[in-house]
Ligand binder design. Structure first.
Ligand code: NAD
Ligand code: USQ
Length: 383
């Protein structure tokens, strides 16, 4: 299949592009490289040194003989996107190309506007091009589990059956996101759902949990294919950050009580879930929602697992509780369904099996590149 991976220079997108290429799909990467630019603006860097996109793609070709097309540009630019889509003619689009950090979106008004403009306008442009030129193309869009927030009832996969005043309906599951970034994903969700309804487009929304790990079968084949590993207070996610903190002897930065519970998955399951979604496309007019995660952990569970794994490597790991810079529930119910991808054939990797090989070993190997000034959070939800 011809698959266009939007955001293919990023963390999930790079791993996915190589995986799909390896599985015999004809892959194109479209990316504005804006994420590298934002890192530069913030003065932060991935722990693992990532090669420029053209060199990465060339190395993949040298190793495997597989060619990957490259389109460098911004999907908020309609003419550029139209040109790239007309050139590549995708049968499926995997859309990772958004600003994905909650703290980034909460820095100030400019960053909130940038996040929502980048994400919502980019996706809307894509929907219009699909309507006009590629009505049968399947859109696989990365949403996020954080769209649901932390309701005091079980979280269903996209829709919930409700009985109200004696009448029944199946409705979109209520959304209570916790940042302007997470809100941008909710706005996307509504726009895509509406476009499927009025234009008969086909889309799958992958409500993904927090992704962890560096290694996939493909990115591990060569130093120049290595994936990014963010640990700074803006783009680094809790588990990745804890591993780097453990490696350099910084106390683990648990925000508040650490009783916040989140859904998570290994990057190797991300790429497999995308493949499963592509192989069984949504029907025309269908807006399908899968909750894409494999395990649920509290932040304290994660900190304790990193501490135990760190100890096996001889690292002394301390856990610290710092004032929570976010406004979020710390004590809450969390029970999300995730059966749809499992039913399609997903066989989950478990955190307990990946922590050393796919995270802590990388953290130790590249510890010399850590800038300790980037570890503590600098963005507050309250300012
Ligand atoms: P990332 O920042 O590593 O990659 C995103 C890529 O998209 C970057 O290479 C960036 O340059 C590109 N991009 C952004 N805006 C663009 C635009 N307007 N035009 C073209 N390219 C653009 O992020 P990631 O961690 O790989 O996340 C990818 C997607 O998955 C995001 O949509 C994110 O919301 C979602 N997601 C990520 C996680 C996670 O834990 N990383 C979890 C759930 C959902
Ligand atoms: N946290 C800590 N210590 C840290 C960093 C975070 O305790 O050093 C806590 C946060 O307060 C929060 C939880 O860990 O309660 C998760 O935060 P995170 O930074 O690991 O993840 P989050 O901000 O939710 O965002 C990440 C990705 C985003 C994706 C989302 C999936 O950056 O792109 O959408 O995970 S989900 O959380 O399911 O919405």
């Amino acid at each position: 299949m011809k698959v266009l991976v939007i955001g293919g220079d990023g963390y999930c997108g790079w791993a996915t592009a190589l995986y799909l290429s390896d599985r015999g799909h004809e892959v194109g990467i479209l990316d504005s490289l804006v994420r590298r630019h934002w890192d530069g603006q913030l003065g932060v860097d991935t722990l693992t040194p990532i090669a420029p996109i053209k060199q990465r793609i060339q190395r993949w070709k040298d190793l495997t003989g597989q060619h990957i097309d490259l389109y460098i540009g911004d999907i908020t630019n309609y003419e550029f996107l139209q040109q790239a889509m007309s050139d590549f003619e995708p049968e499926a689009i995997v859309h990772f190309g958004e600003q994905r950090s909650a703290p980034f979106s909460m820095i100030d008004r400019e960053h909130a506007v940038l996040t929502q403009t980048n994400n919502v306008v980019g996706t809307l442009n894509l929907l219009y091009i699909m309507q006009h030129q590629f009505p049968d193309c399947h859109l696989v869009k990365l949403g996020t589990m954080g769209e649901y927030g932390t309701p005091n009832i079980d979280i269903e996969e996209g829709y919930i059956e409700i009985e109200h005043n004696g009448r029944k309906d199946t409705l979109p599951y209520p959304k209570q996101p916790g940042s302007f970034y997470h809100l941008s994903k909710v706005h996307d969700t509504h726009n895509i759902h509406f476009a499927c309804k009025i234009w008969g487009l086909r889309a799958t929304d992958l409500n993904q949990g927090i992704v962890y790990g560096v290694l996939t079968d493909q990115t591990g084949r060569d130093e120049m294919l290595v994936n990014r590993l963010d640990y700074d207070g803006v783009f680094g996610t809790a588990l990745n950050r804890f591993c780097i903190q453990a490696a350099v002897g910084h106390p683990l930065t648990v925000y508040g009580s650490g009783k916040q519970t989140r859904a998570m998955l290994d990057i190797r399951d991300t790429v497999r879930c995308v493949e499963l979604a592509i192989e069984t496309p949504a029907k025309a007019g269908e807006f399908r929602v899968f909750n894409q995660f494999t395990e649920q952990f509290s932040i304290m569970d994660i900190a304790n697992q990193v501490k135990a794994a760190g100890n096996t490597l001889g690292l002394k790991v301390e856990i610290d509780h710092i004032d929570n810079p976010r406004v979020e529930a710390e004590e809450h119910y969390f029970n999300a369904k995730n059966t749809k991808l499992i039913d399609l054939g997903l066989e989950p990797h478990l955190l307990s099996d990946s922590l050393l090989d796919s995270l802590l070993n990388f953290a130790v190997k590249y510890q010399g590149r850590v800038n300790k000034d980037d570890i503590l959070p600098k963005v507050s939800w309250r300012r």
